[in-house]
Design a binder for this molecule. Sequence first.
Ligand code: TRP
Length: 373
Amino acid sequence: MATVTPWEVKGNIDYDKLIKEFGVSKIDQPTLARIQKHTKELHPFLRRSIFFAHRDLNWALDQYEKGNKFFLYTGRSPSGPVHIGHLVPWMFTKWLQDKFDVELYFQFPDEEKFLFKDNLTFVQAQDSLHDNMLDVIACGFNPKKTHFIVDTKHANLMYPEAIKVAKKITFSTVKAAFGLTNEHNIGAIFYTSMQAVPAFLPSVIAKKKIPCLIPHAIDQDPHFRVSRDVIPKLGYDKPASIQCRFLPGLGGMTTDGKMSSSAEHTAIYATDDAKTIKNKINKYAFSGGQATVEEHRKLGGNPDVDIAYQWLMFFEPDDKKLQQIHDDYKSGKLLSGEIKAILIERVQTFLAEHQARRKDAAKMIDQFMLKVK
Ligand code: TRP
């Protein structure tokens, strides 16, 4: 049994089951074809069903086709270092921003993890905020079209809207949607109203309805399930959303369905150097290979559980290469150490590029901050 809530993800996740439980729609072929009409090629995350579900995506595309461009909204709650799993939805969001040429509002709810984690002080959350912003900027978002919203810094814009959302959500709704209980602090109970606001804040600022599309990892869906009921009551359109599955931790699909920042051995951080990447993957990546070389040659490996292969689905963009790796691993031609070596090279290159952009990011923070005239 797996648990998937915005604050806890564990176990072996069955994504088809989640689609039913959450009530999201699977991204089907006609929808993919429709996206491709605008983007020319499909992002590997779409081709491989890493982004696998949505709400009202076709409505957002209808609007786009009528010349009513949507804006994108996503976010990161600062609580510790960014790992490569966090980068997955952001890489895709950047692609959407470039292909559709749209604005992005990126929320940093710097109160969220402070409210939900017993051992995180507000000062620590602020340190993470700065650090995490560097990683977001390093993803390469367009500084002219990307706007950071920091809940406690933009309180003047956020709070008047959050109270309107909060007034329409009862405690019992929050309990049911998030599993919160009487023992939770009242800040935690209020929090979802803050995460709802950026989905319509641009409409408030522009004084007209602008469609919103939210790319996010599937665990965040309960927030938007609740806010989609409320936002129309405030006079704005329901936001559309598109959901991705998680990059598993190094420990394997069954134990580490989602990479966790606090599990140092099973996460690769955005700032890990080449040597650390190599050591962690070699030492901790769960292998779908056989116990001995002879057995492996005879029986082959299992790419479905092999973390090196699973990660290559995220980090090897070339479909042909990926298929070859898959087939060679399955047939026993490619050994466990060899598939890991391929992955190590991919992740090292990917993060070296990320880190190069991250170096120059601090001086860009101010440029990214939402400013309202
Ligand atoms: N709650 C998210 C987190 O824990 C942060 C977040 C805020 C977010 N707004 C969002 C994520 C919108 C996706 C989409 O990191």
